[in-house]
Design a protein around this ligand. Structure first.
Ligand SMILES: Nc1ncnc2c1ncn2[C@@H]1O[C@H](COP(=O)(O)OP(=O)(O)OP(=O)(O)O)[C@@H](O)[C@H]1O
Length: 374
C-alpha cells in the first residue's frame, strides 16, 4: 500500500449472494459467488495492465473494485495510499476526499451508447466533466477544449460532431466520445472494460492505438479488460505493459507481457496462448492437450484447492487439497504465478497424477479465441 501506486488492491474479495436455485431456497441456503477471491494488484503511474479470462471469471468485478465503484467484501483498495472506502465513509483521517478519488478513476464502458444521454449533444455531454474539473473555464474556453479533443480523436469537422446526438454517431465514434469524457476528468487511471469488443475487428486496432497514444499523452494508467488474449496482448505489448490472467475469481499469473507470452507458467495461461493462433507460442509440451476438460466449473461451487485442477493436464492429488499462493517465477518478483509446479520442493512432485476421467480432450478450449486482432 504505497502512495506511489495510483491504486493498490490488497487481498481483495468480492463475494455476491447469487440468485438461488429452487432447491437452495427450499433448504433456506444462501449461495455465494466468489467473483473476486483474494487478489492483490498494484497499479503505479503510467502503467498499463491488461486482464484476461473467460466470461464470468471476475474481470469486470475486479476492474470496478479497482476504480472504487464496487465495494469489496474484504481486503482493501487504496488510491495513492488513501483507503477509498474509508474516504467514502469518512472513516478516520481522510487525506484525499472521496469526490477527488472518484474523479481520478474513470471508466470507458463496453457499451458507450448506454452511458451517453440520448437527449444531449456531444458538446453537452463533454462540457459536464470540464465544468467539474475546471470550474474556472468560461463557455467559450470549454467549447475550444472540446473541439480540440474531438479533433484529437480523429473526428472531423469537430464543430459538426459537437452538435450531434448519440444516435448520429457510429459505435466507434461513441467509444471515442466516451474516451474524451474520461480524459477530460484528468484521470490517473482509466478502466477500459471490454471497450473494443463491440467494435468491428477492423476498427479495434485503431481504437486501441488511440487509447495508448492518449494514455501516454495524458500520463494516465490503463486497466484494460478483455476476454480476448489477442487484444489484451496487443495493448500490453504496445505499451510495454503487464498482463494478468484470471481464472474463477483468482489472478493466476501476472507479469510483463513478453515474459508471460514467451514463458507462460500457469497451465491455464498455456492453454490460452495455445488457443490464440496468432500468438504462435513456443511451449515445450505443445502437442499435449492443454485442457483435460473444457467445462468451466460453477463459480458458486468452485473446485477445492487449486481451482484449475479439474481442467489442468498437470494436476496431481496435491492440487485438490491445497490452494497455491502467488510465487515469483525464477526469482523475478514482477512475474508471479499460482502453481505448485513453480516450487521445486513442493509435495506436488511426489503426489500421484489425478486419475479422474478426462473429457473433452478432443475439443478446443471454450473461450478467448475469437477473431485475432491482426
Ligand atoms: N451484482 C452481482 N450479483 C451477483 N452476482 C454477480 C454480480 N456481479 C457479478 N456477479 C457474478 O460474479 C461472477 C463474475 O462476474 P464478472 O462480470 O465480474 O465476470 P467477467 O469475467 O467480467 O465476465 P464477462 O466477461 O462475462 O463480463 C459471475 O459469476 C457473475 O454472475
Amino acid at each position: 500500500m504505497s502512495e506511489d501506486h495510483v491504486v493498490s488492491l490488497q487481498d481483495v474479495e468480492v463475494h455476491f449472494e447469487s440468485e438461488q436455485s429452487l432447491l437452495s431456497q427450499l433448504r433456506g441456503e444462501t449461495e455465494i459467488v466468489k467473483a473476486v477471491d483474494g487478489i492483490s494488484l498494484d497499479i503505479p503511474e503510467n502503467d498499463v495492465v491488461a486482464l484476461v479470462g473467460e466470461s464470468g471469471c471476475g474481470k469486470s468485478t475486479l476492474g470496478k473494485t479497482a476504480i472504487g465503484v464496487q465495494r469489496p467484501t474484504s481486503g482493501s483498495v487504496t488510491y495513492r495510499g488513501q483507503d477509498i472506502w474509508k474516504a467514502k465513509d469518512k472513516d478516520g483521517n481522510v487525506e484525499i476526499p472521496h469526490d477527488e478519488i472518484r474523479q481520478s478513476l474513470q471508466i470507458i464502458p463496453q457499451d458507450p451508447g448506454a452511458s451517453l444521454n440520448p437527449n444531449k449533444t456531444v458538446q453537452h455531454s463533454l462540457a459536464a466533466p470540464l465544468k467539474l474539473r475546471h470550474p474556472e473555464m468560461d463557455s467559450f474556453e470549454r467549447r475550444e477544449r472540446i473541439n480540440e479533443m474531438i479533433s484529437r480523436v480523429g473526428m472531423s469537422p469537430p464543430e459538426d460532431y459537437a452538435k450531434r446526438f448519440p444516435h448520429q454517431l457510429s459505435g466507434g465514434e461513441k467509444q471515442r466520445v466516451a474516451l474524451i469524457r474520461a480524459l477530460l476528468m484528468n484521470p490517473d487511471l482509466i478502466l477500459a472494460d471490454e471497450a473494443v469488443s463491440a467494435l468491428d475487428v477492423s476498427l479495434r486496432i485503431d481504437m486501441m492505438d488511440l487509447m495508448l497514444e492518449l494514455q501516454e499523452e495524458f500520463n494516465t494508467s490503463f486497466l484494460f479488460i478483455s476476454h480476448n488474449l489477442s487484444n489484451a496482448s496487443y495493448v500490453a505489448g504496445k505499451s510495454d505493459g503487464r498482463i494478468g490472467i484470471m481464472y474463477l475469481g483468482e489472478l493466476v499469473e501476472l507479469g510483463p507481457i513478453d515474459e508471460v507470452l514467451e514463458n507462460p507458467k500457469h497451465p491455464y495461461t498455456k492453454a490460452l496462448v495455445w488457443a490464440t493462433p496468432n500468438l504462435d507460442p513456443d511451449i515445450d509440451d505443445e502437442t499435449e492437450s492443454p485442457l483435460r476438460k473444457i467445462d468451466v466449473p460453477d463459480p458458486r461451487n468452485p473446485p477445492s484447492g487449486c481451482r484449475f485442477h479439474t481442467r489442468c493436464p498437470k494436476a496431481r492429488e496435491a492440487c485438490k487439497g491445497n490452494t497455491p499462493e502467488a510465487v515469483a517465477v525464477d526469482g523475478d518478483e514482477d512475474h508471479t504465478v499460482t502453481c505448485f509446479r513453480e516450487i521445486d520442493d513442493h509435495e506436488y512432485w511426489d503426489s500421484p497424477k489425478l486419475e479422474d476421467e478426462p473429457s473433452g480432450t478432443e475439443s478446443e478450449p471454450t473461450a478467448l479465441e475469437d477473431e485475432p486482432v491482426q
